[in-house]
Write a protein that binds this ligand. Structure first.
Ligand code: SF4
Ligand code: SF4
Length: 312
């Protein structure tokens, strides 16, 4: 047993296969929980990507949630999307927006819209100063340009079936504000200033792991942030945390309960442990205990936090 007061939780039917294609990214944001950046070289092999497609067929996942790094930088990103599309699964690209403006990636907006890929895009504020502070100089302007082009391609237009959600996370060790109220502020500001439309705003708490945790440690704020997360633990979020319907795959094909546990390399209960074993025979993944530790309070604090935004 881990030394944590976080309650024991169990998986329901797994519906989402979340796949981390690797840690290479064109950015190196201060809060990044995967420590991604331009110098990272870890990338999923083609063989593992083929295993992903096989797992989707065998287990009838409803959603393929592709993440990274910047997943579009993987040379087989388009291979994965086009082949997953044939399996009639919803595909989500967790996109940092700026990659769409990088040389060599100009065709991506067309590709994503043709394949009706849902985009979940980071935009931690609607103000330039705050975005550039957290994600690097020039990121806000590039993100706005990308959003304008995505709207032109039909994203967030009624009837196109092209969806784009934006993701907000706080600048520091505080809980996010109300998702509903912030969404109104984002919608009004982005439309008024730039004519930008989007579908939903997803509000996420910063996870006290990796780069963000190191930063807090340096500033001597880690303990107080952990206390805040624990004090605001909301029991009603427990049944909704994303690990209850997700299986997470790392770039080497190892399985975890969620992307955060993947980054911490903790997996006490989930068997099988690899994608290869998962596809070797059909295994019942329901009712299996999930590995939890103190970072899990980041998912249940306040209104809760998940890849789909606030929980309650
Ligand atoms: S864009 Fe995303 S993956 Fe890349 S460094 Fe920033 S937070 Fe990490
Ligand atoms: S950090 Fe992962 S395992 Fe823990 S509650 Fe959140 S989704 Fe579940």
């Amino acid at each position: 047993m881990r030394d944590t007061s976080f309650p024991r939780i169990y998986r329901n039917n797994p519906e989402v296969l979340q796949v981390n294609l690797g840690y290479k990214c064109n950015q190196a944001c201060g809060h990044c929980h995967v420590n991604a950046g331009p110098a990272r070289t870890e990338m999923m092999t083609k063989e593992t990507i083929k295993n992903i497609l096989e797992a989707i067929s065998i287990y009838n996942f409803n959603v393929l949630d592709i993440t990274g790094g910047a997943p579009e930088m993987h040379e087989d990103f388009e291979y994965l999307v086009t082949n997953a599309k044939k399996l009639k699964i919803e595909i989500i690209d967790r996109c940092n927006l700026t990659i769409l403006k990088e040389t060599g990636y100009e065709h991506l907006i067309n590709f994503l819209s043709q394949n009706k890929v849902k985009i979940v895009a980071s935009l931690p504020c609607y103000l330039e100063e705050n975005v550039d502070l957290q994600r690097g100089k020039g990121v806000f302007k590039k993100s706005i340009q990308a959003l304008i082009e995505l709207n032109k391609a039909g994203y967030a237009e009624i009837g196109t079936e092209l969806y784009i959600d934006l993701v907000y996370n706080p600048q520091g060790p505080v809980l996010p504000p109300s998702q509903k109220e912030l969404e109104i502020a984002y919608r009004n500001h982005l439309y008024k200033e730039y004519g930008i439309k989007f579908n939903n705003l997803l509000v996420l708490a910063n996870m006290p792991i990796n780069r963000f945790s190191d930063q807090l440690q340096k500033e001597n704020k880690l303990k107080s942030y952990m206390n805040l997360l624990k004090e605001t633990h909301n029991e009603s979020n427990l049944s909704l945390v994303m690990c209850t319907n997700t299986i997470s795959v790392d770039w080497q094909g190892n399985l975890f309960d969620c992307d955060f546990n993947q980054q911490l390399r903790i997996n006490d209960h989930l068997t099988p442990r690899t994608l290869k074993e998962l596809i070797s025979k059909k295994i019942n993944l329901k009712n299996k205990e999930i590995t939890v530790d103190d970072h899990c309070f980041g998912c249940t604090a306040g209104s809760g936090s998940s890849c789909g935004g606030a929980l309650s």
